[in-house]
Design a binder for this molecule. Structure first.
Ligand SMILES: Cc1ncc(COP(=O)(O)O)c(C=O)c1O
Length: 456
C-alpha cells in the first residue's frame, strides 16, 4: 500500500491529468445530487476486503460521483456564500496535500507556517488592528467563531467574580447560525437583538440597559457581523466598539463572509470600527478565493487565545521548547493537528499580488450593483432592499414560497444555475424572497440577465 510500482505511477498520472483538466477548464457542468440509493446502484460496493482497485474506483468517481456535486465555483452558482478559488490556490492545495505537513507546531511545519503567516500579515493589515494583533487559519468561520468565543470567555473568567457564572453574549438575528451553534458548544447563553437590519450602538445600548443585574454580570461578549450572510449588512462597528469599550465587554466581529471586502476601497469605510475589535473571523474560503477549507481567527491580543487554547501534554512539551523558535498555530484555536490550510492562499497571493485580490472583490460588489439595476428595470421583480456588499435580495412579484422552490429546482435540474430562496424579516413576518451572492469574478452580466429571465 505504501510502495511504489508501475500501477501507482500510472494512477498518479491519471489523477494529475484529471486535476489539470479541472484546473484549466473554463466551464464546468453545474452537477446534480442523486439519492443515496441511486448512487449506490450506480457504484456498488467499493470498500471491500480486497479493494476494487484505484483505476476502477477513479472511473466511478469520474463517471458518476463527481457529477453528483455542485461546484461552488460555477459562475451561476449564486447560492449560500459560493466560492471561487484561484487556480494558483487550487494548485497549491495539491502541493499542501502532497507535502504532508503537520501545521500545529513550528518545529514540524516551519516552512508551511511561515507562508501562512505571510498571508495572515496581509489579512491582519486589512483590519487595521494595532501592532501585536495576529491570527491563525482554521477549518472555517464556525471554528474561528468558536475559538474566539472560548478565548473571550476564558479571559472573562480569569476574574474570580465570574468563575462560576454562565456567560452571556449579545448578537442580532442577522448573525450567522454558527454564532448560535457555537454558543451552545461553549455553553454560553445568547441574547438576540430582534432585527436583521444593521445592529447599531443604540440597539446594543438599549439591550444592555434592559438586562437585569445578573444578566449584566454574565454578559462578557458582543458579536457584531461584518457582512451578514443573508443580506451583506455590516453592523455599526464604530458604535458597538464604543459601548464594548465603555462596558468592558469583548468585541468580536464575524466577518467570515464580508472580510474579503476589507480589501475593497469602495466599501472599506463601512467597516470602520473593526480595528477596535478584540477578535475577528474572516474566511479566505469565501471572499479571498481560497479552496475549502480555510477560515481565519484574528486576535488583538493573541496571548489571550494562547491562554485559552494551548494544549498541554507530556508528548507535546518538546514542541513548545525554546529550541523550536517559532509560532505554534495550535495555541490560538481549538484544533491540535492541522493542515497548513493557509498555504494555498499564500501561493495565490504571492503569484497574483494583493491588487488583483482587491479588483476581484470589487467585481463582486459591482455585480451586485449591476444586478440591482437590472432588477429595478425588470417589471416582474423588485428589490427587497438595496444591494449590500455582494448580496442582492429581490422578490418576484406575485410569487408564493413554493414558486421560488419550484423555480430553484427547475434551474438546477436543467444544469443552468443554482440560485436559492431565503427569508427576509418584514415587520413580524418572514417573507420568502430570492437571493444572489456574488463571489466569482467570472460571473457575467449575461448570466444575471438569463437567470432573471427564467422568472418571467
Ligand atoms: C457570517 C458568517 N459567519 C460564519 C459562517 C460559518 O462559516 P463556515 O461555514 O466556514 O464554518 C458563515 C458561513 O456562511 C458566515 O457567512
Amino acid at each position: 500500500m505504501h510502495k511504489i510500482d508501475i500501477d501507482l505511477i500510472e494512477m498518479t498520472l491519471d489523477v494529475m491529468k484529471y486535476a489539470i483538466g479541472r484546473i484549466s477548464a473554463t466551464e464546468h457542468p453545474i452537477g446534480k445530487p442523486k439519492k443515496y440509493e441511486e448512487l449506490k446502484e450506480l457504484v456498488g460496493e467499493t470498500v471491500t476486503e480486497k479493494g476494487v482497485g484505484g483505476e476502477y474506483a477513479f472511473n466511478l468517481w469520474k463517471e458518476y460521483l463527481s457529477k453528483a456535486n455542485v461546484p461552488v465555483d460555477h459562475p451561476r452558482n449564486l447560492a449560500f456564500v459560493p466560492a471561487s478559488p484561484t487556480r494558483a490556490a487550487i494548485m497549491f492545495d495539491l502541493v499542501t496535500s502532497a507535502s504532508s505537513i503537520h501545521g500545529a507546531y513550528w518545529m514540524e511545519g516551519a516552512g508551511g507556517i511561515f507562508c501562512e503567516n505571510e498571508a495572515m500579515k496581509w489579512i491582519v493589515s486589512l483590519t487595521g488592528l494595532p501592532e501585536g494583533a495576529f491570527g491563525v487559519f482554521t477549518s472555517g468561520g464556525t471554528a474561528a467563531n468558536l475559538s474566539a468565543i472560548v478565548t473571550a470567555r476564558e479571559h472573562w473568567r480569569e476574574d474570580e467574580t465570574y468563575k462560576r457564572e454562565k456567560g452571556l453574549i449579545i448578537t442580532s438575528i442577522g448573525a450567522h447560525s454558527s454564532i448560535k451553534a457555537m454558543a451552545k458548544v461553549a455553553d454560553v447563553d445568547i441574547l438576540l437583538v430582534d432585527s436583521e437590519e444593521r445592529l447599531t450602538g443604540a440597539d446594543l445600548r438599549k439591550t444592555i440597559d434592559n438586562l437585569n443585574f445578573h444578566q449584566r454580570k454574565r454578559l462578557f461578549a458582543v458579536v457584531a457581523t461584518g457582512g451578514t450572510t443573508n443580506a451583506g449588512i455590516i453592523d455599526d462597528l464604530e458604535g458597538i466598539a464604543d459601548i464594548c469599550e465603555k462596558e468592558n465587554i469583548w468585541f468580536h466581529v464575524d466577518a467570515a463572509y464580508g472580510g474579503g471586502a476589507l480589501a475593497a476601497d469602495s466599501v472599506r469605510h463601512l467597516f470602520n470600527g473593526i480595528e477596535r475589535a478584540d477578535s475577528i473571523t474572516i474566511d479566505p474560503h469565501k471572499w479571498m478565493f481560497s479552496p475549502y477549507d480555510c477560515g481565519a481567527v484574528i486576535y488583538k491580543k493573541p496571548e489571550l487565545a494562547k491562554n485559552a487554547h494551548s494544549q498541554q501534554g507530556s508528548y507535546l512539551d518538546i514542541f513548545k521548547d525554546e529550541g523550536a523558535h517559532g509560532f505554534n498555530p495550535t495555541d490560538y484555536q481549538i484544533q491540535l493537528t492541522r493542515r497548513v490550510r493557509g498555504l494555498p492562499l499564500w501561493f495565490s497571493l504571492a503569484t497574483h499580488g494583493t491588487d488583483r485580490y482587491k479588483q476581484s472583490v470589487e467585481r463582486g460588489i459591482e455585480l451586485a450593483q449591476i444586478a440591482g439595476k437590472m432588477i429595478e428595470e425588470n417589471p416582474h421583480v423588485e428589490l427587497v432592499r438595496e444591494p449590500s456588499l455582494s448580496c442582492v435580495l429581490y422578490r418576484r412579484k406575485g410569487w408564493k414560497p413554493e414558486d421560488y422552490t419550484h423555480w430553484t429546482y427547475e434551474n438546477h435540474k436543467k444544469g443552468f444555475a443554482l440560485v436559492t430562496p431565503t427569508k427576509w424579516k418584514n415587520g413580524d413576518t418572514y417573507e420568502t424572497v430570492s437571493r444572489f451572492c456574488f463571489i466569482n469574478p467570472d460571473t457575467t452580466e449575461e448570466d444575471i440577465r438569463l437567470i432573471l429571465e427564467t422568472m418571467n
